[in-house]
Design a protein around this ligand. Structure first.
Ligand SMILES: Nc1nc2c(ncn2[C@@H]2O[C@H](COP(=O)(O)OP(=O)(O)OP(=O)(O)O)[C@@H](O)[C@H]2O)c(=O)[nH]1
Length: 616
């Protein structure tokens, strides 16, 4: 159906009785985007010719990495009996870093399709998202996907799903997003089972923002779900958290291309454009009302996105620093959760300390900086937020290990998470060993079906950001999945380990670790740097220290480096060339006290690759 045909549907669609708002919740890679695309083509809103693979995942990175970062909404017409319904599908991100965005998109729906890969079964994020959906009182429609796969075991997993959410295994729909089998039946079921939205059409307007996307041509596009009242084109609106007033320049629905409408009524899902340039002015979770007749009570659930993981970003070429600043300023327009401030490091020069929602968020931002802005960056080891209380009762918030106060420390608190790991039961032993080694406390363990176990641990977030996920995957042959949520803070015996080169502290290598692991960290880093730093003309001690106490030591022996030694004979041009080359090399050297360190050595020592090599 063309957008024009869809527009003809509008009058019916504005009656809430004919609206169904739903989302698809699934673990990463269980086929949510493929199923969504299939629905777009079956309902005819996108014809097969213009069907780009994975229409809903707009960002290139999303498409390449096969993950959904930003949610979007699409309106599709669906005929059931004599009636035409407007189905609003809200796409939700599936990853742990974006739980807050998931929960906002769920709050915009009355029902959810719980999608599970018929060859994989339930995974950690299936459960995490299911719990979120149940908290939001959504009607759940269980569906097994990818039944076309030879490895699919629909009967087995239908039982698993039915025992999880109640109901009969036969009620679990079996579909294939790829071939289209079962998708029409699924749309029928969505229409029959998911309740229509309810709201007060005469009340003051209240719309919940469930997504906010920056578009370089149109400014910020805000996706909303109308709860009460109506928003009209050209009206003045007010953001309830900031009281800021904006003009509506355009209001409409996505089908999936934007189609302007006269307004949005109760239960409808659509977008609006106000000309604001920064997603921070139109925040996910906030309530929009009209300036003329503002609502008194905002909708529940708004929270500021809070960075959990911090890392220093430094340009490899120091002259790129202004470029990095510009790039971060631009990214901020589309990413409300990104925070940063300038920082300098002895080892790495000028850069920024950035805060992220989690590791995936960090990876996405650095990849965008590389891809969209051509920046080569060094990323320091991720750190979490520590609350350090000194003996004189002062509390200092530390996001960079090098800011850890010296002197007497009364206590250090670190952020904790509740984590849930799902894996086949054969791996219980290795998973428990890993979690215990990461200072985890077992909270509980449950069997799901015959051979799958959910293991719950309370753990420090700092232990998770340090390659926990990689370790988990490699120890379980990729079978385990992980989900976690913040769970307050806890004090622990944490110390800062400094790395010194000839007595000078190299700030980029300082780390906050548990006292029991300080020695291991010291040995690892000093050993690694000894391998990477070339010999100098004098002996260079490399030490690891807690305060003034040295806990590990290596040294690089002295060597006289004479680049001309190889140039016997009198070829002056060759000599000059070598000297030039040496000069070039020097430029990329960093001086730490009297020690010359090639920047590559720092980069290699900081990079995860070296880490993994060491661990083997
Ligand atoms: N055989 C088969 N493969 C499928 C089916 N649906 C999806 N796939 C494949 O499964 C992989 C993941 O599919 P996506 O649709 O990208 O998964 P997703 O759940 O959207 O992933 P996120 O966006 O990261 O949450 C892709 O390689 C798809 O081609 C299906 O019904 N049958």
């Amino acid at each position: 159906m063309s957008p024009r045909a869809l527009k003809a549907l509008e009058p019916a669609a504005t009656d809430p009785a004919f609206i169904r708002n739903f989302c698809i919740i699934a673990h990463i890679d269980h086929g949510k985007s493929t199923l969504a695309d299939r629905m777009l083509s079956i309902t005819g809103v996108v014809d097969d010719r213009s069907m780009r693979a994975q229409y809903l995942d707009r960002m290139d990175i999303e498409r390449e990495r096969g993950i959904t970062i930003k949610s979007q909404a699409v309106r599709m017409p669906w005929q059931l009996g004599a009636d035409t319904f407007a189905l609003n599908m809200i796409d939700t991100p599936g990853h742990v870093d974006f739980t807050y965005e998931v929960s906002r998109s769920l709050a915009a729906c009355e029902g959810a399709i719980l999608l599970v890969d018929a060859a994989q079964g339930i995974e950690a994020q299936t459960l995490a998202n299911l719990y979120l959906a149940l908290e939001n009182d959504l009607t759940i429609i269980p569906v097994l996907n990818k039944i076309d796969l030879p490895a699919a075991e629909p009967e087995k997993y239908a039982k698993e799903l039915a025992s999880l959410i109640g109901g009969h295994p036969d009620d679990v729909l079996k579909v294939s997003g790829k071939t289209g089998v079962g998708v029409s039946e699924l749309l029928d079921r969505v229409t029959q089972l998911i309740p229509p939205p309810v709201g007060d059409p005469t009340a003051a307007a209240r719309a919940m923002i469930f997504d906010s996307v920056y578009d370089s041509y149109r400014g910020v596009v805000t996706y909303v779900r109308m709860i009460d009242g109506k928003l009209n084109a050209r009206e003045k609106i007010q953001m309830m958290s900031t009281r800021a007033v904006h003009d509506i320049l355009e209001i409409g629905v996505s089908s999936p291309e934007p189609v302007a409408t006269k307004g949005l009524g109760v239960g409808e899902v659509g977008y609006l454009i106000t000309g604001v340039k920064d997603v921070r002015q139109s925040k996910v979770g906030d309530t929009i009302t009209t300036a003329a007749k503002p609502a008194t009570q905002a909708l529940a659930g708004y929270t500021e996105p809070k960075p959990m993981v911090f890392s220093g970003l430094y340009p490899i070429d120091g002259s790129d620093y202004p470029l990095l600043r510009e790039a971060l300023d631009k990214l901020k327009l589309s990413d409300a959760a990104l925070v940063y401030e300038p920082e300098t490091s002895v080892a790495l020069g000028f850069g920024f300390r950035c805060g992220f929602l989690g590791l995936l968020h960090l990876e996405i931002v650095t990849e965008r900086l590389d891809r969209e802005f051509g920046l080569d960056l060094i990323t320091t080891a991720p750190s979490v937020i520590y609350e350090v209380t000194t003996d004189d009762k002062k509390t200092i918030t530390v996001t960079n290990p090098s800011e850890f106060p010296g002197g007497k420390i009364a206590s250090v608190a670190e952020p904790m998470v509740k984590s849930a790991i799902l894996a086949p039961k054969d791996y219980v032993g290795v998973i428990m060993e890993l979690c215990q080694g990461r200072r985890g406390t077992l909270l509980g363990m449950d069997y799901l079906g015959e051979d799958r176990v959910e293991i719950r641990y309370r753990m420090p977030l700092g232990e998770i950001v340090f390659d926990f996920f990689d370790q988990l995957k490699s120890r379980t042959a990729g079978y385990a999945s992980l989900d976690y949520e913040p769970d307050g803070e806890a004090t622990a015996d944490l110390v800062k380990v400094d790395i010194l080169l000839q007595g000078e502290q190299v700030d980029a290598f300082s780390a906050i670790v548990h006292r029991d692991k300080a020695y291991a960290y010291g040995v690892l880093m000093t050993g690694r740097l000894r391998e990477l730093i070339p010999r100098q003309q004098f002996e260079v001690p490399i030490q690891a220290a807690i305060g003034a106490r040295i806990i590990a030591r290596e040294s690089i022996r002295a060597m006289r480096k004479d680049v001309l030694a190889k140039c016997y004979g009198g070829d002056i041009t060759r000599k000059r060339k070598l000297l030039e080359k040496q000069k070039e090399g020097k430029k990329r050297m960093k001086m730490v006290g009297r020690v010359e360190v090639p920047q590559e050595a720092f980069i290699a020592a900081l990079s995860g690759d070296v880490e993994k090599k060491d661990k083997k």
